[in-house]
Design a protein around this ligand. Structure first.
Ligand code: IVH
Length: 678
């Protein structure tokens, strides 16, 4: 709830601003709804807000301050929707009825015209369309848009990945021969529960996040430019929406709408009972529906009552209240997805909503959790978005609970970092996305041009599922890599120049020393240090693959637990390692100098202080350690009596003091460089 409506009705001091804010909020919600995006408000919140705006305009707001917003009377609530194909006759809205009295008044209007029957139909919650057939072939599909003109989505609907039950490309007459009719049919494009579950599973398997509800899934799939998953939808028509119903060729588009009833218009109690009966079975209904449409059954009565500029006078819509349940949140479960983004799920005491028992709800991201102040122990109101997806509507908290704090690191000590709206794992063992970002980083494979955004795209497009896939990418594939949408709705791609840069970076990464390739595998409990120790100890991938758990125990710093984990990790990566070898990635330690002549052989070396302004300036700490090991030494982080040499740059502190105390040889970075012949 926005809170605006309560301040409005209470005559809050900043009334005008609240009113303006309320209108802006409602317009934003309407714009989201009519363009098929996620609305910031639930239907119930939107309706409450509109009621508050309406009463404020009637009682509180001076006439001069009333905004011409079109929320109540314009088609599509005044939202300007993309579209340039005019409709031959407008695609209208329906007048809303809210109370039993409203319904009785409507029925009285029908009865006054002599109507005896009223149709009680499900109000289907999808995307209103107009489909044009010529000579029995589907030639054009247009969205409702603003009611006067819509968007041509023929290509989107007829492409190979999309199947729409009930909207055939060619129609047959009732005798089973091809139809040659010209006609237009209007109806609702939507997803049945089965359509939605299948489509969402396909979409998730393709690496994209699932849709929140069937309505978003329908709008999203029908309008998106590229689809890399199969979509199933349905098209359902109403009773009067075929332009030439007399044409017997016009097959069976006009199939009875399931769930509909015909009721005596003179018996309001029977009509209300029919509405209630459908409400009780609504959750199990095959299509998403948010209410009921009441219509005069007789064509002559419809003609007599006529049609206004926005809606027909012979039909009204009634919306059901969203069903909710009350429960207590017991846990917030954190999981890592394929790109490394964390997902959060509220687990609550099982509660029955709309005829099914629910106990979990996705919480999307941490800002949603903070905004709603969802805590472990919160009393929560839950509902099913689009009648299917459980969501937390609101919570109340008491002093026995405290705000939920997102975790800052995982069990292995890898920090979670914020990327846009999401918290992301940096643990390469957790997900392909985290692995690729880690492998590309400066201290590992140092791949120029492979940032977070590209790593995500590679994973989402299914191009990279493991480390070796990186070395199979080619410039042509990468040039077309989609990186998101442009401001005009097109697709932004990586492009030739960046693709070539990335291919070059990957090619260069093949020649990184073995220790870095080992580190890039992202095996648990191996970081840069153990990458170096494993490379130095075994000398080649072949030897590492052949190493037993006991062999691993011989590596410096490897105890029983680490030996188990590394052994399992190496064996799990056997295929990847073998592919890397086959792809020509460094698989042996390259020693630059004559073996035996290694200057640092047998020495334990510690580096401290800054190397700025010295010959070793360009070396990071990890590169410095690599340098020591390449020359036969052992890099260490702390000074002890076993230390052989301390390299102390400017600003060296306690390590220098300790080395001096212990009488350990100490040299400057430049002296060290000289000793190594650099
Ligand atoms: S009859 C005036 N019957 O709701 C045109 N429409 O809010 C009414 N809708 O544009 C057509 N279920 O897209 C009709 N059983 C039903 C309906 C229905 C959903 C849609 C239709 C219309 C919109 C109005």
């Amino acid at each position: 709830m926005t809170g605006i409506e309560s301040r409005l009705t209470a005559g809050y001091p900043t009334l005008i601003e609240d009113y303006q804010e309320a209108v802006a909020t409602a317009q934003a919600a309407a714009a989201a709804y009519y363009t098929g995006s996620d609305s910031p408000l639930t239907d119930a919140e939107y309706d409450t807000l509109l009621d508050a705006i309406s009463s404020a305009e009637m009682a509180l707001i001076p006439p001069g301050d009333i905004i011409e917003h079109g929320l109540f009377d314009a088609v599509a609530a005044g939202v300007v929707v993309a579209g340039d194909v005019p409709h031959p006759t407008p695609m209208l809205s329906l007048e809303k009825v809210k109370t039993d009295e409203d319904i009785e008044k409507f029925l009285a209007r029908l009865v006054a015209e002599g109507e005896t029957e009223v149709l009680v139909q499900p109000k289907l919650d999808g995307l209103a369309l107009r489909a044009v057939y010529r000579d029995g072939k589907l030639v054009q599909v247009v969205t409702r848009g603003d009611g006067r003109a819509g968007e041509d989505i023929t290509d989107r609907i007829t492409r190979a990945q999309v199947t729409v039950a009930g909207l055939p490309e060619y129609v047959e007459s009732r005798y089973g021969v091809p139809s040659h009719s010209d006609f237009e049919v209007r109806g609702e494009l939507l997803m049945s529960t089965d359509d939605f579950l299948t489509t969402n599973a396909n979409r998730i398997a393709s690496g994209k996040p699932g849709f929140a509800n069937p309505r978003n899934a329908t709008a999203g799939s029908a309008r998106v430019e590229t689809l890399n998953y199969e979509v199933e939808m349905s098209f359902v028509t109403y009773d009067h929406t075929i332009t030439n119903p007399d044409d017997t060729d016009a097959f069976d588009f006009a199939d009875e709408l399931t769930g509909a009833a015909v009721v005596d218009a003179r018996d309001p109690a029977a009509v209300l009972a029919a509405i209630e009966a459908f409400g009780a079975m609504r959750a199990d209904y095959e299509f998403p529906t948010d209410g009921i449409v009441l219509k005069a059954a007789t064509a002559a009565v419809r003609d007599e009552l006529g049609t206004g500029s926005r809606a027909p006078k012979w039909a009204v819509a009634y919306k059901y209240e969203a069903q909710t349940g009350e429960t207590v949140i017991r846990n917030i479960v954190v999981e890592v997805g394929r790109t490394g983004n964390l997902s959060f799920t509220a687990v609550y005491d099982p509660v029955s909503v709309d005829g099914s028992v629910i106990s979990r709800a996705s919480l999307h991201n941490t800002s949603l959790i903070a905004e709603k102040d969802i805590r472990i122990g919160s009393k929560a109101v839950v509902y099913k978005a689009g009648d299917i997806i459980p969501q937390v509507l609101s919570v109340t908290n008491d002093e026995t609970t405290s705000p939920w704090v997102p975790p800052t690191e995982d069990a292995d000590g890898y920090p979670y970092v914020q990327r846009g709206k999401f918290l992301t794992s940096t643990n390469p063992a957790d997900s392909v996305g985290a692995l690729i970002r880690y492998a590309a980083s400066r201290d590992v494979l140092d791949i120029d041009g492979l940032g977070s955004e590209i790593a995500d795209a590679l994973v989402n497009e299914g191009l990279v599922g493991a480390l070796d896939d990186l070395f199979r990418l080619d410039a042509t594939t990468l040039t077309a890599l989609p990186l998101g949408e442009t401001s005009t709705g097109g697709i932004r791609r990586l492009g030739q120049k960046n693709a070539q840069k990335l291919v070059d970076g990957i090619e260069a990464a093949k020649r990184q020393p073995l220790n870095r390739i080992i580190t890039a595998l992202g095996i648990r409990l191996t970081g840069r240090t153990f990458g170096r120790r494993l490379a130095a100890h075994f000398g080649s991938f072949d030897a590492l693959l052949a190493a037993s758990r006991d062999d691993l125990l011989a590596v410096e710093g490897v105890g029983p637990e680490r030996a188990d984990v590394i052994h399992a990790g190496v064996q799990r990566n056997r295929d990847v390692i073998e592919s890397l070898i086959a792809l020509g990635v460094t698989s042996e330690v390259e020693r630059d100098e004559n073996a035996g002549a290694a200057v640092l052989a047998g020495m334990s070396v510690v580096v401290t202080g800054s190397t700025k302004g010295t010959k070793l300036e360009a070396y990071g700490r990890n590169e410095m350690n690599e340098l020591i090991e390449r020359h036969g030494g052992k890099a260490s982080g702390s000074v002890s009596k076993n230390t052989s040499l301390l390299v102390a740059g400017d600003g060296a502190g306690s390590k220098l003091a300790k080395a001096t105390d212990l009488g350990i040889e100490t040299i400057t970075p430049d002296e060290f460089a000289e000793r190594l012949g650099l």
